[in-house]
Design a protein around this ligand. Structure first.
Ligand code: SF4
Ligand code: SF4
Length: 449
C-alpha cells in the first residue's frame, strides 16, 4: 500500500540518534527566569505584577490583552526583579518580566476537574484560554481560538501532529515514548469539543516504537486511530500533514478548519490535558539540547523562562567550540548569537554545531537545474519567487503564489548554486503578512512544523 505523504520534500540527515534514546531529564533552574510578554502570535500580554512582588509557581503574571493573545504564568516561585526589554531568540528586544528564583518552587493550588464529562464545551475552551496555551510546534497561535471554529460540527478530523520531521529534534519522540497516556487523554479532551470528528495520531514511519505504543494504547478507542506517514521533510508542516492524512488541500488564505481539520502538536495536546483535567497553566515544555558540539545531547523538561545557557550546562556544556547555534531545528530555526536568552512556549530545541557549513558556501548564479521546483512542497517556483523578492516586485511575487511558501527550507537545501532562496522569500512573506495582519487585526495563521 502506498504510504501517506505529500508531493515534494527532502530527506536530510536526521541526527536524531544523538538524543533520542536518553530519558527526559527535569531541570530545576538556578538563575533568573525571563518571561517575554510576546511568546505567541497576536497582542503581547500585559503584566499584572510589579517589581518587588512575590509570586508562586503557577501564578498568572501577565494577562492576555485581546482576542489573539495569551496570558503568561510564573514557572518558579520568587520575586519580580524587573519588567524591562530582554533579548529573545530572534534577536529582538521584547518587554519581559524577570523573576528572581527563590528555588523553593512553592506552588498555587490547581483546580483539577473530577471528570471530562462534568465540563461543558465552553468550560473546556475557557480552561485552555486561561492556561495560556499556544501552538507549541513553533507557530505560537493561541490554541483556544483554534479549538473554537465557527462551525465545530463540520470538523471531521482532530490530528495530533506527531511527525517531528525537523532533523535533530526528538522531544516529541520522547514524549510519545514516556507519556503516551497524556497524549491520548489530551486528544479525548479535544475530541469532546467536536461531536462528528475522529482523532488521528499522525506519526512518521521512522518511529515504529511510537506507532506500536500508541496503537496498543488506543486499540479500544473507537474515535482514535494511529496513522504511519512516510518519513520526509516537511511532513509536519500543517498543510502537508492535512494532505497526507486526509487528502484535503488548503492554501495560505485558509485555516485547517476550512478543510474540516484541527491540527495540534504533541506538546500542545499534552498542555490541553494538563489545563483541562489538572487545572494547570502552561509552564513546562520539553526541549532538545543537541548537536555535535554538546557533551551530552538529550531532552529536558524545562520550566518556560529558563535561560538557554543553563540548559547547555545541564547537557554537560560544550565538548567542541560551537561554530553555529540554532534555536529550533536546522531547517526552520533561528541562528543565535547569544545563549543568554530565555526558553519560551514555542522553544523546541537548541542545536549546537561545531561547523557552520552554510556560511562557508558562496552563492553563485542559478543554473536552471529545476531542483528547487522538484522539492518544493508548496508547488511553487522558488527560483522565480526569490528573484521577485530580491527585486521587491510585490505584484509578481503575489501573482506567482509566493504566499504559498511554508518557509520549509527545502529549496535552499538542494540548490547547487547555494542561492539563499528561502531567506529572500521569507523576507518578502514577512512584509506581506505584516500588511495582511494590519488589515485583519493579526488573526492570520502561520504554518506549523
Ligand atoms: S519556496 Fe518555500 S515552500 Fe517551497 S521549498 Fe522553498 S521554502 Fe519550502
Ligand atoms: S535549485 Fe538553485 S540553481 Fe537550481 S533552478 Fe533552483 S535556484 Fe536555480
Amino acid at each position: 500500500m502506498a504510504k501517506l505523504t505529500f508531493a515534494g520534500g527532502i530527506h536530510p540527515y536526521d541526527g536524531k540518534d544523538m538524543s533520542k534514546d536518553k530519558p527526559i531529564k527535569t531541570v530545576f533552574p538556578k538563575g533568573d527566569l525571563v518571561y517575554p510578554l510576546s511568546q505567541h502570535i497576536g497582542a503581547p500580554a500585559v503584566p499584572i505584577v510589579k517589581k518587588g512582588d512575590r509570586v508562586l509557581t503557577g501564578q498568572k503574571i501577565a494577562e492576555a490583552s485581546g482576542f489573539v493573545s495569551a496570558p503568561v504564568y510564573a514557572t518558579v516561585s520568587g520575586t519580580v526583579k524587573a519588567i524591562e526589554p530582554r533579548r529573545v531568540v530572534n534577536g529582538d528586544n521584547v518587554m519581559s518580566i524577570v523573576l528572581e528564583n527563590d528555588e523553593k518552587y512553592e506552588e498555587v493550588a490547581y483546580s483539577a476537574a473530577n471528570s471530562l464529562e462534568e465540563l461543558s464545551k465552553e468550560e473546556i475552551i475557557e480552561r485552555v484560554k486561561q492556561a495560556g496555551i499556544v501552538g507549541m510546534g513553533g507557530a505560537g497561535f493561541p490554541t483556544y481560538i483554534k479549538l473554537s471554529p465557527k462551525e465545530p460540527e463540520k470538523i471531521d478530523y482532530v490530528i495530533a501532529n506527531c511527525a517531528e520531521c525537523e532533523p535533530y529534534l526528538t522531544s516529541d519522540y520522547r514524549r510519545m515514548m514516556e507519556e503516551p497516556e497524556k497524549i491520548v487523554e489530551g486528544l479525548k479532551v479535544i475530541l469532546s469539543l467536536f461531536d462528528n470528528a475522529r482523532a488521528i495520531l499522525a506519526i512518521e514511519d521512522n518511529k515504529p516504537d511510537c506507532i506500536e505504543r500508541l496503537k496498543k494504547l488506543t486499540k479500544n478507542e473507537k474515535r482514535i486511530s494511529v496513522k504511519a506517514l512516510k518519513t520526509k521533510y516537511p511532513q509536519g508542516a500543517e498543510r502537508q500533514m492535512i494532505y497526507a492524512v486526509t487528502g484535503r488541500s488548503i492554501n495560505s488564505s485558509m485555516l485547517p478548519a476550512d478543510a474540516g481539520c484541527i491540527v495540534d502538536n504533541v506538546d500542545t495536546v499534552v498542555a490541553v490535558y494538563h489545563a483541562v483535567m489538572l487545572g494547570m497553566p502552561l509552564m513546562h515544555r520539553i526541549v532538545t539540547i543537541t548537536g555535535d558540539a554538546i557533551a551530552d545531547p538529550r531532552n529536558f523538561l524545562v520550566r518556560i523562562g529558563t535561560n538557554y545557557r543553563e540548559l547547555v550546562e545541564e547537557a554537560g556544556g560544550f565538548k567542541k567550540k560551537p561554530a553555529k547555534i540554532i534555536s529550533g531545528g536546522p531547517m526552520m530555526g533561528f541562528a543565535l548569537f547569544d545563549l543568554d536568552v530565555p526558553t519560551t512556549k514555542t522553544a523546541s530545541a537548541l542545536l549546537c554545531m561545531s561547523q557552520d557549513e552554510v556560511s562557508q558556501m558562496e552563492p553563485s548564479a542559478c543554473i536552471n537545474c529545476g531542483k528547487c521546483v522538484e522539492v518544493c512542497p508548496g508547488r511553487i517556483v522558488p527560483k522565480m519567487l526569490s528573484y521577485y523578492a530580491e527585486h521587491y516586485n510585490e505584484e509578481a511575487f503575489l501573482k506567482h503564489q509566493g504566499m504559498e511558501c511554508c518557509e520549509c527550507g527545502c529549496c535552499s537545501y538542494v540548490c547547487p548554486a547555494r542561492r539563499p532562496l528561502t531567506q529572500t522569500i521569507k523576507s518578502m512573506r514577512k512584509i506581506q503578512l505584516a500588511k495582511r495582519s494590519g488589515k485583519t487585526n493579526g488573526q492570520k495563521k502561520k504554518q506549523e512544523v
